[in-house]
Design a protein around this ligand. Structure first.
Ligand code: PEP
Ligand code: MG
Length: 568
């Protein structure tokens, strides 16, 4: 039995055949069309070109607003390809004379252009990247109905790829994917969060993918961070049993009860993070006191475009109705560099553009039509239940003032709780003024770790939460909030870590919001913790300078003092 080691992104175990997907290998249907369908096929092509051009113009506008004309020119190259008369006429010829379907025709023409460019030097060679981006974009629009560009699992299988995008994950989960293996992918990446939310076992950092693909059947053992190749009959029984136990555990979790206080009676709330309305189908609303974070930008991933007001309204209303009177915190679109790229699938943006400064609420304020539409949808839906609004990546007082002004203009409801996420360095410097303007704080520890320590969410594997600066910052946030009697929730992945959670509780945190995969384990931990005993940790926690020591301190406390049910 041979095993390959990787990194656990989402727990669980899966046994089955593999399905390999490579994004750049478009499945191009090579069939010929009926002569009577030629005009229809050409019209389809024109529509796809217009859609691609409209998207690129939008991207150009954004790049120009936030960078400069030089960067915007990168997009011009792609727009020129799209309007190239020779290209359009060649594709037309292939369709009219050869009766090729237009995806095939377009692919052939672009591939021949690409080949020529690749054989040249310097500047021209760079244009091959533009060409690929255009090719992918147009084929996407031509194929979207038939889903040529998305993975298409024909039977339940373990998905294997160099990387997986959030939209791929959405597709494969509905197609019966058993689990995921990729070469690249981080624990705190959005796709990792999604895999855990949908309880799909996932291992990344697998380099020898070929070896995995050579086996007709494999075991993806995410709990032990390994892939088992060449499974023997004897071992098969053991793994089958483990997979069965895992499923039983999932079922048991479904029937868990609501937690409202710790073992020693201190009130505590464990809320749920979601990104899709469908996630609510796997929970029992009775066991969840509310949604602490609805990542609304995930609605765009599903559609590959920002949803319109009606689509948003329906998603928000359905969520509030499903939660049956329990509060839902909707976060305004949080498009940062990674999320925007994933959504628009922009290869061109991988080239040296720094978008960090421009994420979250700043992006929305700079694109007021997007924010106004979202606010209208939110306000319309808010009559269906206790809706709360939360602003991501706040860095300035003006961020809140400008949103409030916008709400004032379109408002038709008296009042709803408005909160901010504390997840940037700059927000830490304006905690008190912010606290005076809003109804709640929510700490985004994923981004806070990124901004304070500089680790990359998608790539760094170390647990960053144990860095002393993170605990001290959270302490500062709790103190500022206390002065204004403001509730604080932790909604980053840190709250799902059993030892880090002890530290958060010791600092006075009484509300966390976590993904479904961690929801029941965190609820159990709170149910079994004596919060008053954690207070003895606080001083040491804040004085400790070393992350490893801090980790050990929390782990020891957890082991000695808690009667929590052991977790995987
Ligand atoms: C965070 O940054 O911790 C957070 C909860 O938001 P997101 O992961 O969506 O950036
Ligand atoms: Mg964040």
């Amino acid at each position: 039995m041979k095993t390959i080691k990787g990194v656990k992104i989402s727990p669980g175990i899966a046994i089955g055949p593999t399905f390999f997907f490579k994004r750049d290998q478009f499945p191009i249907p090579e069939n010929r069309i009926q002569a009577s369908n030629v005009d229809k096929e050409i019209a389809r092509f024109q529509q796809a070109i217009s859609k691609a051009a409209a998207e690129l113009l939008q991207v150009r506008k954004l790049v120009l607003e936030h960078l400069d004309e030089d960067h915007a020119k990168m997009i011009d190259g792609q727009l020129m390809i799209l309007s190239d008369p020779e290209l359009i006429s060649l594709v037309g010829q292939y369709v009219r004379q050869d009766n090729r379907n237009v995806v095939w025709a377009f692919f052939e023409v672009l591939s021949s252009y690409e080949k020529i460019l690749q054989e040249t030097d310097g500047y021209q060679k760079d244009r091959a990247v533009d060409l690929r981006d255009v090719k992918r974009r147009v084929i996407y629009h031509l194929s979207v109905d038939d889903a040529y560009l998305t993975p298409n699992l024909k039977e339940p299988a373990i998905y294997v790829s160099d990387r997986i995008s959030p939209s791929d994950l959405i597709h494969i989960k509905d197609q019966g994917a058993l689990g995921i293996i990729s070469q690249i992918g981080g624990v705190d990446s959005h796709v990792g969060i999604l895999a855990r939310a949908f309880r799909l076992p996932y291992i990344s950092h697998i380099t020898n993918i070929e070896e995995v693909l050579a086996c007709p059947e494999i075991v993806l053992d995410a709990d032990n961070e390994e892939i088992v190749l060449n499974l023997s009959n004897e071992n098969r029984k053991i793994y089958d049993e483990r997979a069965r136990q895992h499923e039983l555990l999932n079922q048991k979790l479904l029937s868990a009860k609501l937690v409202s206080s710790s073992l020693d009676g201190v009130p505590f709330r464990v809320l749920l993070n979601i990104g899709f309305v469908q996630e609510l189908k796997v929970i029992r609303p009775q066991s969840v006191p509310g949604i602490g974070l609805f990542r609304t930008e995930f609605l765009s991933i599903e559609r590959n475009a920002i949803p319109n007001e009606e689509e948003q309204f329906i998603a928000y209303r359905d969520t509030l109705q499903a939660m049956k009177g329990r509060p839902v915190t909707f976060r305004t679109f949080d498009f940062g560099r990674d999320k925007l790229m994933a959504m628009l699938d922009l290869e061109v943006m991988h080239r040296d553009i720094a978008f960090e400064e421009w994420g979250g609420i700043r992006f929305c304020l700079d694109n007021p039509e997007i924010l106004q539409t979202q606010l209208r949808a939110f306000l319309r839906a808010s009559i269906y239940g206790p809706a709360r609004l939360m602003l991501p990546m706040v860095t300035r007082i003006e961020d809140v003032l400008e949103v409030k002004k916008m709400i004032e203009i379109i408002k038709f409801r008296d009042r709803f709780p408005l909160g901010v996420m504390i997840e940037t360095k700059l927000a830490l410097d304006i905690l008190e003024p912010l606290a005076g303007m809003v109804d709640f704080f929510s700490v985004g520890t994923n981004d806070l770790a990124l901004y304070l320590i500089g680790v990359k969410r998608d790539e760094d594997l170390a647990k960053n939460y144990y860095h002393p600066i993170i605990f001290r910052s959270i302490h500062k946030i709790v103190q500022a909030a206390d002065r204004f009697s403001l509730p604080v929730t932790i909604c980053g992945e840190m709250a799902s870590d059993p030892f880090a959670l002890v530290g958060l509780v010791a600092l006075g945190i009484r509300s966390v919001s976590v993904n479904y995969s961690a929801f029941h384990a965190v609820s159990d931990e709170i149910r079994n913790i004596r919060i008053l005993e954690t207070l003895t940790l606080k001083k040491q926690l804040l004085q400790e300078e070393n992350a490893v020591m801090l980790y050990q301190l929390l782990r020891e406390f957890y082991k000695n003092q808690m009667c929590a049910i052991p977790r995987k």
